[in-house]
Design a protein around this ligand. Sequence first.
Ligand code: GUN
Length: 286
Amino acid sequence: MTVMIDGKALADEIVQDVAQEVSSFKLKHKVVPGLAVVLVGEDPASSVYVRNKILRTEQAGLQSFAHYLPENTTQKQLDDLIDQLNEDDSVHGILVQLPLPKHLSESRVIDAISPAKDVDGFHPENVGKLVTGQQVLVPCTPLGCMIMLKRHVDELSGKHAVVIGRSNIVGKPIANLLLQSHCTVTIVHSRTHNIESICRSADILIAAVGQPHLVKEDWVKPGAVVIDVGINQITSDGKRKLVGDVDYHAVFSKVSAITPVPGGVGPMTIACLIQNTLTAAKHQFG
Ligand code: GUN
């Protein structure tokens, strides 16, 4: 029997746990952990993600500071806002939603965020810590994927994990986390030869490329655990819908467990952001 990995239910559990911890944190330190979320422009998908992030933040009893900046914001204005948030003692976590409009530098913004408040785990100092196994703040989507895998795979050690995609946000950090859990890790990408046959040898398959239904039934090994990070909007029979990078229905009966889209990785990313905000606040209070 194939298990559908319910990211929504697991995310609810995590947010509830964080909410309890936030209550004791408030009592102990007389401070409410705060998360600042910055959105530049009005990209529809980013606007939905940011709205959900703020909603969940408040559900967990954290304070949220939303900063909606216009599309024509200058680099200097964005830099000044980051400086101000870095200095603000009521802000324990800072997230700048990506992608940014083309005229703004993502790497400059990521570098400007204080590593202690970098709840995305994108700052080079935090990336270095992740690679060397000293991480405190781990990128949210990879962290969510690992929590789901640990619930559904008895023993990660020695398993062959194949990651499709090499982004800084998902592919590279998840490969590092899998390695820390003693998996044998292969990253495949657009230039890889024989991608299907490599995927077919995976005990754990993580798809994070943003290509609707790329992974077909003959790409997966019987009994594999599949984590689908893709969130792609397609039009089918005249209706718009969200699908993953995996052809879910074609693959479902062949694998032992799989995440749906929507309702899999997406809610876990937000839950992990909430968890990271609490982690950042705890560290700032030593
Ligand atoms: N855009 C897509 N995913 C993410 C994420 O995890 N963090 C930020 N800041 N932007 C994103």
